[in-house]
Ligand binder design. Structure first.
Ligand code: F6R
Length: 341
């Protein structure tokens, strides 16, 4: 595990977001754990299930978006107390909890253990580290906010998942370089994040993604909630063309800003649907924003957009004068729940 570089301020969300690209390379899984994954692949896998909540659940959604095109088995994410009954012995369950203490995640792991499922855990400590040390575990750097740790989690878990699926490994270092270079040219190929922040200030964004941009839209919504402390939503194409579009009906929509997350390799039907929806929304008096990335791979497009929108979320936090780091309400909820248990 690489030491966290000294210039990263762990107490500052803006610093963490600036270090998004290099954080991808902070943790490399050991050969030992990769060999276990290879063995699971050779034994046969019926499905891969990620269990986790909030910031720790997003990595599973990204991996599903990245690998589902090539995987011969389903990849799903459970954000709940109960593992679905179809997840049985032939599956692999990856439990992700940054703190290691999230009750829903621990409850699913308990059920996985009872069912004799192969388990892998990813955490920085807590109960998960204590109770699951007999299973393969990625023990990652502590001290970050879970949501800020997305690149760290992804850099650690993607090689495992690719090995389980039986795919070639993504060259993480190359992605780090491309993300770092691209952020330096924001303003050339995409508007500066501050300009998007200004358009979203005191508005309610709906981030809209198709295919593998769906989890990115969901991540953007969560970053607005947690960093900028503002209401935000996410939705997906083509589904939203069959319902959400009808909701843009009266005065109540004035504060809503649809934000389309686009890339150059969209399939033709999806591309056309987005063009038509943007036109319709403009005619309805909305001011939709279209953001487009130009990467040549799924992972690059997802991460270019995520890094960019994470930055927008901290810009909005600063415009609103709120602390992007604190999560008082989530902490209060967890406190009240633990008292009533
Ligand atoms: C905090 C955050 C939260 C947590 C969630 C689960 O930054 O993003 O959504 O991720 O409450 O906690 P962990 O990740 O510790 O399992």
């Amino acid at each position: 595990m690489m030491k966290i570089p000294e210039n990263v301020d762990l107490k500052n969300m803006s610093s963490l977001v600036t270090h998004f690209p290099d954080m991808l390379g902070w943790f490399m899984p050991s050969e030992e754990i990769l060999n276990i994954c290879k063995m699971y692949h050779e034994e046969g896998i019926e499905g891969l299930c990620f269990v986790g909540m909030g910031g720790s659940s997003i990595v599973g959604q990204y991996i599903s978006g990245l690998l589902d095109k090539d995987s011969h088995f389903p990849i799903c994410v459970v954000r709940d107390y109960q593992l679905p009954s179809y997840i049985t012995k032939g599956w692999v369950v990856i439990g992700v909890s940054y703190s290691g203490n999230t009750v829903e995640t621990l409850s699913c792991l308990e059920q996985a253990e009872e069912r004799g499922i192969r388990i892998i855990t990813v955490t920085s400590g807590g109960k998960m580290q204590q109770d699951y040390h007999k299973y393969p575990m990625l023990l990652i750097h502590g001290g970050l906010q879970p949501r800020a740790a997305l690149p760290l989690l992804l850099g650690a878990i993607l090689p495992l998942s690719e090995t389980l699926v039986g795919m070639n490994r993504t060259p993480i270092n190359q992605i780090v370089e491309e993300l770092t270079a691209s952020a330096k040219t924001w303003g050339d190929w995409i508007q500066q994040p501050i300009n998007v922040a200004k358009k979203l200030f005191q508005k309610i964004p709906i981030f809209i993604g198709a295919e593998y941009m769906r989890p990115v839209a969901y991540r953007a919504k969560c970053q607005m909630n947690e960093n900028a402390k503002t209401m935000a939503f996410s939705s997906e194409i083509p589904e939203s063309a069959h319902n959400e579009v009808e909701g843009f009906h009266d005065k109540a929509i004035e504060n809503i800003v649809p934000v389309f997350l686009r890339h150059d390799n969209e399939i033709a039907q999806v591309s056309l649907k987005q063009d038509v929806m943007i036109g319709l929304y403009q005619d309805l008096g909305l001011n939709p924003i279209s953001l487009r990335v130009h990467g040549d791979s799924r992972i690059l497009n997802m991460l270019l957009m995520t890094h960019y929108l994470d930055t927008v979320s901290v810009e909005i936090a600063s415009m609103r004068g709120v602390d992007a780091m604190s999560i008082e309400r989530i902490a209060e909820l967890k406190k009240r729940l633990s008292k009533s248990r």
